[in-house]
Design a protein around this ligand. Sequence first.
Ligand code: SF4
Length: 255
Amino acid sequence: MKSILYGPVPSWRLGRSLGVDIVSTRGKTCSFDCVYCQLGRTVHPLAERKEFVAMAQLAQELKAVRGIAADYVTFSGVAEPTLASNLGQAIELVKSLLGLPVAVLTNSSLMPQGSVRYELSQADLVVAKLDAPNEKLFHQINRPKIDCTLGEIVRAIKLFREEYQGKLALQMMFIKANQGCASEMTRLAEGLSPDEVQINTPLRPCAVSPLTPEDIAAIRQEFSGLKDVVTVYEASRPEVTPLNLGETLQRRPKL
Ligand code: SF4
């Protein structure tokens, strides 16, 4: 059986991050098939939530790493974590056994569901993906496998922001296709009042080329009215002592 935990891994957004792959399938399980995904094509497209791993196995693995030094325990991995119907239970378990802050990286596609927003609200940090300012680019970049519109996702993030007491970050991936949309993306972000905006470009090997540091700096300029904006080129990586480096590298977590 695959292990659920991986790392800790260095993350430009999260510092030293202990990963939880609450879906743990062999091959990517996702409700999107983003053109820039470092994990390749979506092997298991999925739109419905279900239980993938048992809480007993997660508890066993968490007990084995009690006392580990990490800035966050991060739900990510080779899947979209909100597809796990026991995500809320898993967050609660991590908090009770490790006492560390919990982050969830989500592609935002299931946030229109109230139960998903409720479970996400138990995390200390939610990083919500938003890559496109319109439906056409949303389909071109994220290639959704779930029946939802960008408009529904944006409304759901807004609702979540109004309810959520934790830290909400928006993660925006910029590639050639949306490079000219920085001002529209800025307006979208302003309407959602995030605590942070993370401007990214795919630096790990994938099907599309990253934008240059100069391109990203120009995009960053558009966001200057927002209070906390970080770009992948500005961020530094902390030193990390891997817990299970082989597993970490094999999974190539999307941190
Ligand atoms: S980048 Fe994230 S949301 Fe997009 S296909 Fe890959 S795992 Fe899914």
